[in-house]
Design a protein around this ligand. Sequence first.
Ligand code: ZN
Ligand code: FE
Length: 258
Amino acid sequence: MAKLVIQQFICRTDNFGVLVHDPDTGATATIDAPDEAAVSTELARLGWRLTDILITHHHYDHVEGVPGLKAIYDARIVGPTSEADKIGPLDLAVAGGDIFSFAGRDIEVINVPGHTAGHIAFHMPSEQLAFVGDTLFALGCGRILEGTPRQMWASLEALAALPGDTVVYCGHEYTLSNGRFALSVDGDNQALVERMKTVEALRTEDRMTLPTTIAEEIATNPFLRASARTVKEKLGMAGAGDVDVFARLRQMKNDFKG
Ligand code: ZN
Ligand code: FE
């Protein structure tokens, strides 16, 4: 089996387009469908034919391209059962614990509610890949729009439990602003300080900062470090529970003026 080829590009303003291509079978998936024109242009440039559209959640900037891509390629649409009413007709409706096949590989569905109530992530254990939408970002996490901090924390913990070398693709290039906030609450973390130097250099050249890995996020992402003593102390919450610390971090990020 040849290794899958992944093509990541920026579309809309700060959404990632992600294409996953199997050279053996020609199967090609788009992770979400932020922009029909951008995705189909990239497919044409690479000579790939779209076979699958994998949707993480119902937000407009992740599904706007679905009808157009379906019309062009008649690709299989896979998405979360509980958001089907908002996304439109799914060819395969899935929920946490389900496993389906893409290019002869298993994809495991993980429920990650919080950003939206039905948000899912896609994990390919054989390729050590995870596609997490707007739940986990490099150095950040999604806003909690349809859930509770407790749900979002549990979702992030589920992703953090994946093998550390899992390569993670996310929905947006938000790393620089996330990192500025991260430094404000975890500035003594040398791994974070070093990573931000790399992020700043990449963004100066207008290059992408993703993908990331689970291990790198555990080491540097403050939203995965709400249980760390140093982070709790920095917030003056030394005796507080992890969920309360996470909720406080998320609120501080919402209010943060970097
Ligand atoms: Zn979203
Ligand atoms: Fe988004």
